[in-house]
Ligand binder design. Structure first.
Ligand code: FUC
Length: 739
């Protein structure tokens, strides 16, 4: 259908880009070599990434690639033998004589996904740029200066598993094999303008030396023979030919062309959303990010809050692209081979939180690595479940249908630590939400639905009947809080969510009607969330929550967020109880409350319509305790879930769509009296742009990709709209059309 002029004009009205300065992290000193995860700046192309340190006389590029893992299918389930995510190592560029530098600046520009370093030494101005290109598949670095012949030094690769570097021409190569047989390789190709470049061999391996160069361009590729395919035992081709071809192809392109191609690709995702939460002061803007964030903990800094919001989107684009592995506990950026919690996939909150922003923050395709991983791991997970005594059914037999997962997993079908019994159903929520937002029926039919159905069958076989006929998850767990027992609220809510999503999926596909009826009936027999003695939402079936407990997990509030079983409108008494529980846990933050806890609490308060508390939780993330100078989440140590979680929490403050309508500004804090946002997504294929002033909506544009009716709510105003597929409608402050 043709768009009317009016529609086009109105749609353009609210589309904007943040000022370039609002998307910069910047520092006046290099990252501390001993604090890579806290201070170095991250770039990535979804599969390969790096931390850039920016030291003037010895640049350090700490290189990661998402499939470099030890471990295997780990049938024992023992956490210690599950394996861990590894680091490739460091590329160093030694520049003797650059020690005494002035006018130093190091930055990461979220607008074009480039990290830059600049300084002056010996009367010469030096500049570096680093980016990791998704289309080219390589990391690109350029070292330039305002005087010809100014670069003399050396380049070396230091492999973290002690493999030797060999050199040929202008290329350094390191290849090795991990204890599990995984083959890996990384290659660096150096190009010089002016001057000379030579190989120097020593007993420690080869390095490249350069003399009097005008400019250096480094191209780096890293990979393994990992394949996301259980049938191939997770092994594919030796990476050598692929990496060589990638570097050869990149070497034929001009630097500016690689940079432009990278920018275009990155911005095709990043620029879908722009945010403006109000203006910061000149004094706030003048501070480098490490100092500024500490001030923002005390005094609201709206532009930095906008930056934190966009940082989660930047990081997700940089570590989770279609065809790759999903974001792990540290995203992609891990600096050692014995990382905290194995830098694994944690199923009791962490990987889910990593993906909370994907759909609402308009990065639906960045969600798909999570689905690919789930699909690829199913054979291993099914085997582990079918042989686990924990999952014997009431008839004493081993489990026959479906799969369950332990709290941790790797990339080889292997599980570790304690079973998190309903994590299977929580993973299904992600599969469902991708359809709920994007509306792709082929995906629902071929990817999501079979896994949802299999998981329903698992729970059909494993739920236990109470004497009164109600159903409970037997011997479950409120993550990392309390013993194993029946009917734990978290488990009940997650299975309810699975069954409810399955019913909707079956309706959407018009499939399996009798089974759908059965699952709907089981859903309604589940023990439901209930209010306890001090007005709280009970965490367990027995009424024993401690009002002084500040535990970091808020598992029993799953039904508020990311679930939708409890809502202010549909279940007000339960919503009130959830608020009582959350206030007890959340406002007076005890020492157990972590970076990711604050992100979850932001989203929970937003769902409960409490913008002030949501914002207060957000602001906690600027404290030295909860984020690093590079704004990575700080558990401690560094953990990335809080970065993704806060982006999702902010989406919930501005737009919600879980209740069958699009609600604008459901939890706007006083700290953001005027602002605008464009490009947030709502379930049903909608995208929304809107602005507000004095805390009130001024105008909104609702785009509809799928076609159909929708209800838009803002405060007590409601509009029912029919927007044809591909069209947009402008609403005024009263939610009236185009006036
Ligand atoms: C869960 C949390 C911890 C930590 C770990 C990686 O176990 O309870 O706080 O985030 O994951």
């Amino acid at each position: 259908m043709k768009k009317s002029l009016f529609t086009l004009l109105s749609a353009a009205l609210l589309v904007f880009q943040a000022a370039a300065s609002d998307l910069l992290l910047w520092y006046q000193q290099p990252a501390n070599n001993n604090k890579p995860m806290d201070e170095a700046l991250a770039i990535g192309n979804g599969r390969m990434g790096a931390l850039i340190f920016g030291a003037t006389s010895r640049e350090r590029i700490s290189v990661n690639e998402s499939s470099l893992w030890t471990g295997d299918e780990n049938l024992s389930g023992n956490y210690e033998s599950m394996g861990a995510y590894q680091v490739f190592g460091n590329a160093f560029v030694n520049l003797p004589g650059h020690e005494n530098a002035s006018a130093y600046r190091r930055e990461l520009d979220l607008g074009d996904a480039i990290s830059r370093v600049s300084y002056a030494a010996n009367g010469i101005k030096y500049q570096r740029e680093f980016f990791c290109s998704h289309p080219a598949g390589v990391l690109v670095a350029q070292f330039s200066a305002d005087k010809l012949g100014s670069y003399t030094g050396s380049i070396e690769l230091a492999d973290s598993h002690q493999a030797r570097t060999v050199a040929a021409g202008n290329r350094l190569t390191v290849s090795g094999q991990l204890s599990n047989g995984l083959k890996y390789e990384w290659q660096l190709l150096a190009q010089n303008d002016g001057g000379s470049l030579a190989i120097v061999n020593s007993t420690n391996g080869a390095i490249l030396e350069f003399k009097n160069c005008d400019r250096l361009t480094l191209l780096l590729a890293a990979g393994t023979d990992y394949a996301l395919d259980a049938a191939k035992h997770f092994r594919g081709e030796d990476p050598h030919a692929r990496l060589t071809a990638q570097l050869d192809a990149a070497a034929k392109q001009k630097y500016e062309k690689l940079k432009a191609e990278h920018g275009k690709d990155f911005q095709s995702l990043f620029n879908r959303v722009a945010a403006d939460f109000g203006k910061s002061t000149e004094a706030q803007r003048a501070l480098p990010t490490d100092k500024r964030k500490l001030e923002a903990f005390k005094t609201v800094d709206p532009e930095l809050e906008q930056l934190l919001f966009q940082y989660g989107r930047y990081l997700l684009i940089s570590c989770s692209r279609p065809g790759g592995l999903p974001a792990n506990l540290q995203g992609l950026w891990n600096d050692n081979n014995n990382p905290p919690w194995h830098s694994d996939y944690h199923a009791d909150i962490n990987i889910q939180m990593n993906y909370w922003p994907a759909e609402p923050a308009n990065l639906g395709e960045c969600h798909t690595p999570f689905f690919d991983l789930i699909q690829s791991q199913l054979p291993g997970w099914r085997t582990a479940t079918a042989t686990a005594t924990e999952f014997k059914t009431a008839d004493g037999n081993f489990s026959k249908r479906g799969f369950a997962i332990r709290t941790s997993h790797n990339i080889f079908g292997g599980l570790g630590w304690k079973w998190d019994k309903t994590a299977n159903a929580w993973y299904c929520q992600h599969l469902w939400e991708h359809y709920a937002f994007g509306g792709d029926k082929n995906y629902l039919r071929s990817v999501a639905y079979p896994i949802l159905k299999e998981t329903c069958e698992f729970w059909q076989d494993h739920l236990k009947s109470l004497p009164d006929g109600r159903l409970v998850v037997p011997n479950g767990w409120s993550p990392e809080h309390g013993p194993d027992e029946d009917g734990v609220t978290y488990n009940q809510e997650i299975v309810w969510d699975l069954f409810n999503n399955f019913v909707q999926a079956s309706d959407a596909l018009g499939k399996d009607l009798p089974y759908r009826m059965k699952i709907a009936a089981l859903r309604d027999q589940l023990v439901a969330p209930a209010v306890g003695s001090w007005g709280q939402l009970k965490e367990w079936m027995t009424d024993r929550d401690d009002p002084k407990d500040h535990h970091r997990h808020t598992s029993h509030l799953f039904a508020v967020y990311p679930g939708a079983q409890i809502s202010v409108v549909k279940t007000p008494a339960l919503a009130l109880a959830a608020k009582v529980s959350l206030d007890a846990r959340g406002i007076d933050a005890g020492s157990d409350v972590r970076e990711w806890s604050f992100a979850w609490r932001t989203a929970l308060y937003a769902r409960l319509g409490d913008g002030e508390s949501a914002h207060r939780m957000l602001q906690q993330l600027f404290s030295a305790r909860n984020t690093c100078p590079n704004l990575f989440g700080l558990h401690p140590p560094m953990q990335m879930d809080g970065n993704f979680g806060i982006t999702a929490g902010i989406c919930e403050m501005l737009v919600q769509s879980q209740a069958g309508e699009i609600q604008l500004l459901p939890a706007l804090p006083k700290a953001w009296p005027a602002g605008k946002i464009s490009g947030l997504c709502a379930r049903g294929g909608f995208t929304v742009d809107f602005a507000w002033r004095d805390g009130k909506l001024t105008e909104a544009v609702i785009h509809n990709s799928a076609g159909g009716a929708c209800k838009v709510r803002c405060g007590d105003k409601v509009a029912t709209l029919k927007i044809p597929a591909g069209q947009s409608i402008l609403l005024n402050s009263e939610l009236q059309r185009g006036k």
